[in-house]
Write a protein that binds this ligand. Structure first.
Ligand SMILES: Nc1ncnc2c1ncn2[C@@H]1O[C@H](COP(=O)(O)OP(=O)(O)OP(=O)(O)O)[C@@H](O)[C@H]1O
Ligand SMILES: [Mg+2]
Length: 464
């Protein structure tokens, strides 16, 4: 499957010409090869891309934020002017940040999509999660440099690549906004030559040539029509036109020579990873006890799955669900004996928040001596901090055993694999609609992470 070659335009310095470069490069590339699909989008919070490429008012409701929320990227594309496809910009990417889980997400989304040709991503001058996603996905990162500070800023981009075990040669610098009227004495006669020498001296690759500062180009973004005009149509008689043509040729040759290496690499890793995730998922399904861990009755009744709590013992080889009704019966019996009457369960649900979407319940046993143990039952928030609950002392001989098989301590025994010492268990409520979702890699790891954090906190508490 043909995949896309991703170019990110990045610099932590603002106003160096990133957006001007990204938008114009898209058009010049299209000019070099009409059949080459070119897609453009921007993680900046202004609408230059839209102002330059929008043909008519589009009915497409999507924008770049939706790249991270599971919408197929092909559905995000809008047919733009000059044959360039674009994704509409967003004013409020910050609000969508919750969907961006890691820096690999964009690369994975692109690798699963049908997008082809060249994708150009304009970034904001901040190394935020969106910029880092763009950098991670990129075959080529073009860095406009207009002065020494913007050159110094490349260090963080190189650092990002090093952290992700990628070569610094992914970066290619381009002197931009060069004032060709300024001349120096000595070996470097102008700021272009000086910047290029500095860049090479610091081990960076550079494109041939530069982009000059041109009043005509600057004026293309300011006109009564509220449009942003491209250099190719409105600045053909400037030197920037020739410079962009030369740059586009270099980029195109790079693309022809190397192709979409990065996204192929991501796709291969993803394939291996997904195979592995599936294996892990199946193993977890295999370890699941078929019935309620408390009452041992089948959980599924008349094809209906009631609310349950998932638990897994220390070895990870024993896991299952306890019905919420069963768990609350246990808790009422052992921890909240004063709650009697009809409304008791509802009250307990309020205390332990079991009606909220993702509820974590911490059950914790601290053996005081051979006779008694302290039992903590706490509802935790998404970070693992305690919200509500209580601690009770249960004496071994005073355990209010039920007629049927188990009480809270025996649930601990079961989960602790017969181990009698202190023990913690983090239960997570599973909704009836998708009870097995906890076994999926992402959810399972999130649950594990919180459980680990809770265990570390408990250990620290004990040591202090
Ligand atoms: N070659 C050029 N000649 C003259 N002006 C230019 C040139 N390239 C860009 N500009 C102008 O410089 C300003 C900054 O350019 P641009 O918005 O492309 O930079 P940016 O790096 O994307 O900025 P930001 O970091 O704020 O996103 C704009 O007003 C733009 O019109
Ligand atoms: Mg910009």
């Amino acid at each position: 499957m043909a995949r896309s070659y991703v170019i990110a335009i990045a610099s932590e310095k603002g106003g160096v010409g990133k957006t001007t470069l990204a938008t114009n490069l898209a058009i010049y590339l299209k000019g070099l090869s009409e059949d080459l699909p070119v897609t453009l989008f921007s993680f900046d919070n202004h609408f230059t891309v839209d102002q330059m490429f929008q043909l008519n008012k589009t009915t497409n409701p999507h924008h770049v934020g939706h790249l991270f929320s599971g919408v197929n990227p092909a559905e995000l594309l809008v047919d733009g002017q000059y044959g360039v496809d674009f994704i509409q910009s967003s004013r409020d990417l910050f609000a969508y940040q919750q969907h961006v889980k890691n820096i690999e997400q964009l690369a994975q989304v692109i690798s699963r999509s049908s997008l082809q040709g060249i994708i150009i991503i304009d970034t904001s001058p901040i190394l935020d999660i969106y910029t880092r996603n763009a950098l991670y996905a990129a075959d080529r990162i073009i860095v406009p440099i207009k002065d020494t500070p913007s050159l110094e800023n490349c260090r963080n981009l190189a650092g990002f690549l090093a952290e992700n075990k990628r070569s610094k040669s992914v970066l290619k610098l381009l002197p931009c906004l060069i004032d060709t009227r300024i001349h120096f004495d000595g070996p470097f006669r102008n700021s272009y030559q000086l910047l290029k020498a500095y860049a090479i001296n610091r081990g960076y690759r550079c494109f041939e040539g530069f982009i000059a500062k041109s009043p005509k180009v600057e004026s293309l973004a300011t006109n009564p029509a509220g449009k942003v005009y491209p250099v190719i149509t409105h600045g053909r008689n400037t030197e920037v036109h020739l410079q962009l043509t030369h740059l586009a040729r270099q980029v195109y040759l790079d693309y022809l020579e190397h192709g979409p290496v990065r996204i192929n690499e991501i796709a291969d890793n993803l394939y291996d990873q997904e195979e592995w995730f599936l294996k892990e998922y199946n193993a977890r399904i295999g370890n699941l006890q078929p019935n309620c861990l408390f009452c041992d009755a089948p959980i599924l009744k008349n094809d209906i799955w009631p609310p349950t709590y998932f638990l897994e013992n220390e070895t990870g080889r024993f896991s299952g669900f306890i019905e919420e009704d069963c768990l609350f019966t246990l808790l009422l019996q052992d921890c909240y004996p004063e709650l009697k009457g009809k409304k008791q369960q509802r009250l307990l649900q309020e205390i332990l928040g079991s009606t909220t979407h993702r509820t974590f319940l911490l059950l914790q046993k601290n053996q005081i001596d051979a006779e008694q143990a302290q039992i903590d039952v706490f509802r935790l928030d998404q970070q693992g901090d305690r919200i509500s609950g209580r601690s009770v002392i249960l004496k071994n001989q005073e355990r209010p055993y039920r007629q049927d098989k188990r009480n809270l301590l025996s649930l601990f025994d079961l989960a602790a694999n017969g181990k009698k010492s202190d023990y913690q268990q983090l239960l997570i409520r599973q909704s009836a609609s998708n009870p097995l979702s906890i076994l999926e890699q992402q959810n399972y790891l999130e649950w594990k992470t919180i459980f680990n954090r809770v265990q570390i906190d408990q250990q620290l508490d004990k040591n202090t």
